[in-house]
Design a binder for this molecule. Structure first.
Ligand SMILES: [Mn+2]
Length: 312
């Protein structure tokens, strides 16, 4: 039997592919692979992202040169990728929406939902969809899928990395994925600004709750002084989480208009998706985030109160 999503695609003439705001390699990779597939189906495709410009390292991924930042008027179908919640689309959608994702916190907000909460990446959800429906993967699609797999699996170091992940990686390489280019773009390209930002962050890093919680603040002033873009603070969060005593790491980033973006990483002992949900966000058990109004310190205190309770 034909998959209902394939039927939807067959009936649509113009399809818009949507990645989440501040897209990562998983969002752009899964959408990029779909872009190739839809072109092969001779569909008119628009590749949309609310954030402009995107992280410069990711701009090298297939089809990212086609990204548009305004939503076209006449669209028959929208497909969103790696969006844990509807707010992550960064736009309103009036047509049918296919929701392709792997976040545990996903509330199946699409008209059609292809959500695999056990998948390590959205690219794995797309890969399984292609394989289950006999859709061939060319080299460009393989490169897109490989980029998302490599990034969301933390270069195969993430605990959910299993036999299926390595089998998918092997198959993508067989299909012609350009792993060298992906690795270079994603993990071996740096800006001086991002190194300077990291330097500031490590100097200001605080350990709380007997060293079990790491806290990082990124003020607008720090971003201005270093010239870094907000996403470049993420690596410092990963490194903080690697400290031996740390169970949860918090990155609080000041934004314009008095709001704060919070990213959380954990060792799995605390459900961070639930914590983020209590602030209107979401994510995975060990990696989650949200945006809230307030100052860096006020928000830190609120999070600390909840965390210290749960971790005592
Ligand atoms: Mn993802």
């Amino acid at each position: 039997m034909k998959h209902s999503i394939i039927e939807k695609i067959e009936h649509a003439r113009h399809i818009v592919l949507i990645v989440h705001v501040n897209p990562d390699a998983d969002a752009l990779g899964s959408a990029g692979a779909f872009y190739s597939y839809l072109l092969r189906q001779q569909k008119k495709v628009t590749f949309f992202c609310a954030t402009s410009p995107i992280d410069r390292r990711l701009a090298l991924l297939p089809w990212c040169d086609k990204l548009r930042h305004d939503i076209p008027h006449h669209v028959d179908l929208a497909i969103c990728f790696d969006c844990g919640s509807q707010e992550r689309l960064g736009t309103d959608i009036k047509c049918d929406l296919v929701n392709i994702d792997h976040h545990v916190s996903n509330k199946d907000f699409g008209t059609y939902n292809l959500v695999d909460r056990d998948a390590i990446s959205t690219t794995q959800v797309v890969y399984d969809f292609f394989r289950d429906n006999g859709i061939g993967i060319n080299a460009k699609m393989a490169t897109s899928l490989y980029a998302g797999l490599l990034d969301d699996s933390q270069q195969f170091l993430y605990v959910k990395t299993d036999v299926a992940v390595f089998e998918m990686a092997a198959e993508l390489l067989r299909c012609g994925a350009e792993s060298e280019g992906v690795v270079k773009a994603l993990f071996q390209t740096d800006s001086l600004a991002s190194l300077r930002l990291e330097g500031v962050l490590y100097e200001q890093l605080r350990l709380c709750h007997e060293g079990s919680i790491a806290v990082l603040h990124v003020s607008l002033q720090t971003l201005l002084a270093t010239g870094a873009v907000p996403q470049e603070a993420e690596r410092a969060l990963q490194r903080a989480q690697a400290l031996t005593t740390v169970r949860v790491s918090i990155l609080l980033r000041e934004r314009h208009h008095g709001s704060v973006k919070c990213s959380l990483r954990g060792d799995g002992s605390v459900d961070l998706a639930a914590l983020a949900a209590s602030f209107g966000g979401g994510g995975h058990r060990d990696s989650a985030g949200f945006t809230a109004d307030g100052t860096l310190y006020a928000l830190e205190e609120k999070i600390m109160n909840i965390l210290c309770e749960e971790m005592s």
